[in-house]
Design a protein around this ligand. Structure first.
Ligand code: AVJ
Length: 334
């Protein structure tokens, strides 16, 4: 089977940079100061994230990939149901689609060909999803859609007598607060039909030392990834952050069951952000030791995964883990 052509609608550049300015303005005038984790993923940040996924301490990516490698055939077989339905794979927030490839290959083994619909706000992310799949995985046709999956509907182009398997993998769910995660999954489920399937990849609570090491690697790649957000604001908003005056910090917040990443100001200092489309010039004051909270990475108990799914109307049917139970891949019915 041949691979189909791709329709890409690039995100207007103006919209993208306004979003950065808005987010910065809101986050850095809040108390405590925050920046949203999506700001990490400019070109440099996306490359640093790819490096993170290969770090010895960052067990998440390789563990989920190992679960997929061991169980992809079973996952798609169960998802396709009895009698078997043709699956279409949809992936909100597709990223580089490196692990998705394993699922797509399994779907092609089961049904001969498969339609893959990555959905992302970033045209760049879709471009790399396309590059990783199109022409490399025979039997897969790719239909990209630029959309904010947290708010907008998924592609409305279901083929008759097919079943959707929506993938939300890579512990992406970990970036959202419990309330946001509920809203996100509710929105996703509202776009599925009864019988459609949902595959969720979630990082599990484990030994604190192992979790902390994953966000504070010896080579300093995560530190560079975190600090890159300030470089991005310097680059895109002409801010004057002194990168050497901020330190990467990762902590375990047991009460909230999450790793937090912060950028800690090493001295009392001021930072300027010139006037831009989002508003007037800002002068930001930092006390020594004050932090910008840049990311939450929630870690789940198996029970927390189950309740997140059942609270949003999904019915969890199967869970696959690695032997050490570091990570969970859960299949649920819509
Ligand atoms: C892409 C959100 C799953 O939280 O582990 C990696 C991002 N941050 N190292 C995560 C990340 C720091 C990652 N997610």
């Amino acid at each position: 089977p041949e691979t189909s052509a791709l329709v890409l609608e690039p995100l207007p550049v103006a919209t993208a940079s306004e979003a950065v300015a808005d987010e910065t303005r809101v986050g850095l005038t809040s108390t405590p100061k925050t920046l949203s984790p999506w700001l990490f993923y400019d070109e440099a940040g996306s490359q640093l994230f790819e490096q993170i996924t290969a770090l010895p301490e960052y067990y998440l990516t390789r563990t989920e990939r190992a679960i997929f490698t061991a169980h992809a055939d079973e996952i798609v077989r169960v998802a396709a149901g009895e009698p078997r339905q043709t699956l279409t794979l949809i992936e909100p927030g597709a990223g580089s689609a490196a692990k998705t490839r394993i699922m797509l290959e399994a779907a092609v083994r089961l049904q001969g060909s498969v339609v893959y619909q990555p959905v992302d706000v970033s045209a760049t992310a879709l471009e790399s999803a396309r590059k990783n799949i199109l022409g490399r995985v025979p039997g897969v046709s790719v239909r990209c859609q630029v959309a904010d999956y947290t708010r907008e509907p998924l592609p409305e182009n279901r083929l008759p007598n097919t079943r959707t398997l929506a993938l939300y993998i890579g512990s992406s769910i970990g970036n959202f607060t419990p309330n946001e995660a509920l809203a996100l999954l509710q929105n996703l489920r509202a776009q599925l039909l009864p019988g459609d399937q949902f595959l969720l990849g979630a990082d599990l609570v484990k030994d604190v030392t192992a979790m902390l090491a994953a966000y504070n690697d010896a080579a300093g790649v995560t530190a560079a990834f975190n600090r890159n957000v300030l470089e991005r604001l310097n680059r895109e908003l002409d801010a004057d952050f002194d990168l050497s005056a901020f330190r990467h910090k990762a902590i375990w917040n047991a009460r909230e069951s999450r790793i937090e990443m912060h950028l800690e100001s090493l001295c009392a200092q001021r930072v300027h952000v010139p006037a831009n489309s989002a508003g007037d010039a800002m002068i930001l004051t930092f006390a020594r030791g004050e932090t910008i909270h840049t990311e939450n990475s929630y870690k789940f108990t198996p029970e927390a995964v189950e309740s997140l799914l059942s609270d949003t109307g999904f019915r969890a049917t199967h869970t696959w883990n690695d032997d050490a139970k570091l990570f969970a891949v859960t299949l649920a019915s819509a």
